[in-house]
Design a protein around this ligand. Sequence first.
Ligand code: PLP
Length: 391
Amino acid sequence: MNPQWVEGRAHEASVIAAGSTGPKMTLRELKAISSDPEATAAALEFDDIALSSSSDRQMAEVIADLYDKAKSSVTADDVLVANGATGANTIVFEALLSPGDHIICTFPAYAGLVDVPRALGADISYLHLSEKNNWDIDVPSLKSLIKPSTKMIVLNNPHNPTGATLSTEKQAEILKMASEQNITVLCDEIFRPLFHTDNTPTSFQEHSGYDKVITTGSLSKAWGFPGVRIGWIVCRNAKLRHSMSVVQNWILQDNSVIDKIIGAEVLSERCRPNILAKNLGYAKENLQLLKRFLEANKDTVSCVIPTGAATAFPKIMRDGQAVDDGEFCNTILKEQGLLVPPATQCFGPDPDGELKGRFRFHITIPPENFKKAIGALEAFITSEKFKGMKI
Ligand SMILES: Cc1ncc(COP(=O)(O)O)c(C=O)c1O
């Protein structure tokens, strides 16, 4: 994602459906959503907190609690606290990759998962995802990209921007393949557990056996606190964890003591289930609206319904051909005040034409805003301006 494209235009928009976080919350809202508001208010009483460096232990414990104990042996000892998922992913790449190391990344991708290893000199092979395969990973294609020198497979599940999820069975296949070749698997699970079907896949940490598996996450998406810069790295392999903790110490030193207190409260049993229920409720309502919109506009819009994460990745067509998504997004902003990011400019390059005509559509915004976004799309694709657009 190219944040500059969105930030430079936000002031022109009346409806913003360009992001990918949960609905952002205030501390007042956190206290109100808690099942024990008094206890939450007491936990968020900062006046007597010493503003010094502080232990990560409490934060690491609530992060370890995110994993299903019946399936996973993750404990607080396996957790490194970082500065958002941005900091977490950067620590992983800095610690484990050297110039020339071969890695495999899915594409399209959240840019940080590709740009950071590229900047570190990694040799990247792309596993191209496609709409006709529901944006799912084809394991034989992934296997065909492995070289004797492959060091890491970089995944993102649930996936930004497509909203696709990787099933438990496919995760197991990938882990088997990785373990046979001694390849580290990094899965950015920042959107976990935003799942929109009953068939909820496991985390990559909820498989037994192979331990060269790293997952990253943060408070930014499912938990709605992107301004609280708490993220995490989970890894059960002590050697990998040691390499990452050295980098963590010298890049980060420590997270803000205030952020850690807020983060532990957000992920507490009294707040976490209620935040998730609210965000999943928004997505459920919005996906109904999206399905109706797609059904009524089949000739103009195609979209795989997201099974996870916070975004959909629709394609706009005219006379059966993908429109110029840059022009589409700029014009709908001018004509209807709707801000959505164009795929080729925000998720490119687009060597196989899979991105053309697409934009990313935020599905966890409040339904009253999503309704306005759908209204703007409907008005625009039936307008004279749309008929004159480049394809
Ligand atoms: C897949 C993915 N990873 C990491 C990030 C960065 O998140 P954070 O705010 O926790 O740094 C994002 C943000 O959009 C993302 O989509």
